[in-house]
Ligand binder design. Structure first.
Ligand code: ADP
Ligand code: MG
Length: 288
């Protein structure tokens, strides 16, 4: 590829809202044959809403919601925002959490009014492993959060997210470009991931921690594939950096993801991903 052709392609991409950090990523993109996509915030809008609250062990639902929202007070995760919105809608006043810790890919833990409050998935809260209601809500594609006080489950919250409107078309375009390996990667649970992947007709891997997402990327690379990873979150940053081409959602994406990525989308329209693949192929084809 000539430097001039590359610069022209980078300039044309910038006009469409694609910030490409160097010509070598266009070269890599032209060869890409695997596209891995984060679920929350990338395939979906990343603005989940709490749709169900199930009180457990005799703790009144408002009390559990207040504790959960307090524990989530300083979390940047979209699910934390959903829990806080629920508390606000119920006019619950949040307390000040102490010792707040975010556990990537799992949830949060904090001390609230002397008790340890945990909000997150069932891997974080072993005592919730066999709650029967979980399966039913997850089969609806909802993300299930367990609220625990001193390791005892006190409520289940179900969160529903919405697909980005362009998601089905963007996936169809990737297929039209001959990309045979399209996989949804998520920290979310198996059932929720399976429901969504089934609707979209893509493969999936669930319950991934940030380091597991990197392992998936490396595994494809070790088998000779050129990997595109699309993501938005702090938890996606290591995998975005490891991918041959990491693409971050620009507007909704976190600064860490945008920094780690090689391409940033200035608009949150991931239809730009198949578009930049076409641009790359055309550019590299022109100069062959
Ligand atoms: P994704 O890969 O889909 O973007 P994450 O890795 O950010 O998802 O989170 C994976 C799972 O961890 C979530 O589905 C949720 O169950 C749990 N989780 C992560 N952060 C939080 C939080 N702040 N509050 C509650 N649950 C959380
Ligand atoms: Mg995400």
């Amino acid at each position: 590829a000539t430097p001039v052709a590359m610069l022209a392609a980078i300039g044309a991409s910038a006009k469409r809202g694609l910030l490409i950090k160097g010509g070598k990523y266009l070269e890599a993109l032209a060869k890409a044959d695997v596209v891995l996509i984060d679920k929350t915030g990338t395939l979906t809008l990343g603005r989940p809403r709490i749709t169900d609250v199930i009180a457990l062990n005799g703790v009144p639902a408002p009390e559990a919601v207040q504790l959960a929202a307090t524990a989530e007070r300083y979390s940047e995760h979209p699910l934390a925002a959903a829990v806080r919105e629920l508390a606000q809608a119920q006019n619950l006043t949040l307390a000040e959490p102490e010792h707040f810790t975010a556990i990537p890919g799992m949830g949060v833990r904090a001390t609230v009014q002397g008790a340890t409050i945990t909000v997150g998935n069932r891997r974080l809260i072993p005592a919730a492993a066999s709650l029967p209601l979980a399966a039913h809500l997850e089969a609806e594609g909802k993300t299930l959060l367990v609220v625990a006080r001193n390791d005892e489950p006190i409520a289940l919250l179900a969160a529903a997210d919405t697909l980005r409107p362009e998601t089905p078309a963007a996936i169809a375009e990737l297929r039209a470009l001959g990309i045979n390996h399209i996989e949804l990667l998520t920290g979310d649970n198996e059932r929720t991931a399976a429901t969504l992947a089934g609707q979209l007709g893509v493969q999936y891997r669930a319950q991934l921690l940030p380091e597991d997402k990197i392992a998936v990327v490396k595994d494809y690379q070790a088998r000779g594939h050129t990997v595109v990873m699309v993501g938005d979150g702090v938890n996606d940053a290591p995998a975005l950096a490891q991918a041959d081409i990491g693409i971050a959602m620009g507007a909704a994406g976190t600064d860490i993801a945008i920094e780690a990525a090689h391409i940033a989308l200035m608009r949150d329209d991931w239809m730009l991903v198949p578009q930049v693949l076409r641009i790359a192929r055309r550019t590299m084809g022109v100069v062959k």
